[in-house]
Design a protein around this ligand. Sequence first.
Ligand SMILES: Nc1ncnc2c1ncn2[C@@H]1O[C@H](COP(=O)(O)OP(=O)(O)OP(=O)(O)O)[C@@H](O)[C@H]1O
Length: 406
Amino acid sequence: MALKLKLDSTKLYVLAVSGGVDSMVLFDLFVKHNLNFVVVHFNHQKRAESILDHELVESMCTLHHIPYHYIKLKIKNGNFQEVSRNARYKNLEFIAEQYHTPYIVTAHHLDDLAETIMMKLIRGSNLLGYAAMQEVTHIDKFIYLKPLLNYSKEEISLYQQTHQIKFYEDHTNLEDTYSRNRVRHHLIPLLKEENDVLTHLKNFSKQSYLAASYIRKESNNFLSKDLSFHLSSFDALHDAVKMDVISLIFESLKIDKTFKKIETILAQLKSIKPNINITLNKHYHMIKAYDFVYIEHIDKNKTRNDENCLMISHNKVDLPKIWVELCYNKLDFPIQLRKRKPGDRLSFTYGSKKLKDYLIDKKIAISDRNNLNVVVDSSGTILWIPGLYLNETLGSEHKIYLSIKE
Ligand SMILES: Nc1ncnc2c1ncn2[C@@H]1O[C@H](COP(=O)(O)OP(=O)(O)OP(=O)(O)O)[C@@H](O)[C@H]1O
């Protein structure tokens, strides 16, 4: 079967060629389709013979007058597969930018897709993760293309043999050290014996991708830029969207997420407790304050705002923005400004009430309660809580003006 590419000869492509069979076949197809492209090869400097891959790719580029970029990577720490993949993509994007093109092409094929889906299922992921990869993916300003994604490894190998394409086999691909190789060498062949698993996994990927994209669109519409939302609107969402909204919050904050973490948060949001503080990681909390849910950055250097000051005046001249006119028969001076204390009570014309109960009635979030400014006279009578309460039981004989800077 002939391999066909659905690419445009007026565009410029950045093609990643490892020197392995898949990317050498794709290189050959690019030449045969007269496409306009540049090649990038990475040497991970892990195998002594890596230089042979470079020499092969370079010689093919020279033969066909294709611009060639050779990049040596040195991966020191972390998961080699993941770190090297990220480094490759970062460099490919850099080169695409130099050529003013958004197109980055790799030689992933149908067996790669099947392997990735199985790996994701084994390790756990979300719906978008299970979709694994698509022929076309937009990431920021770049467009990643995988033109061989509909072809199996068998079809690609057949093309290589028929056209005598030169390539180097990376011997680490044959080892079972990496779990991906174990899936490739044992699991996929076993599944292939049972059924046409490649086609079924391809369909699974497509359906997961479509469903995940639709749900993500709903989540993006729902969640505000600062990642806050109202619980009453959240409750009206479909469960699939609820789950994705929490996923999206984790992704936006660049925090690793698990299915279990997401389920725990959903349960906490559903609980009847009106005030909850959920730790997402050491930098972020999710705060549920009655109907409102928002993200708070844990700022270790945050200190109490001591800038507030209380001014007392008998006339209104020059009072700053927040002020109150207080009429009283008797006040015990001096007047103080402080934070709330256990046992604080508020006076009303109908009687008195614990401040704590009043804050609950007014649905003031726990995190805001300790920030309130409380103005008291020296007998402990609460006179004013800016924005919340004014003591109107003191009479009308004298007037003072209290103001507070914020
Ligand atoms: N060292 C590399 N240099 C350039 N591109 C690479 C390199 N490694 C991987 N790629 C790109 O990423 C794609 C997928 O990588 P993967 O590791 O699955 O392939 P491979 O088995 O190493 O090589 P090939 O796909 O060429 O047989 C490759 O087809 C290629 O386009």
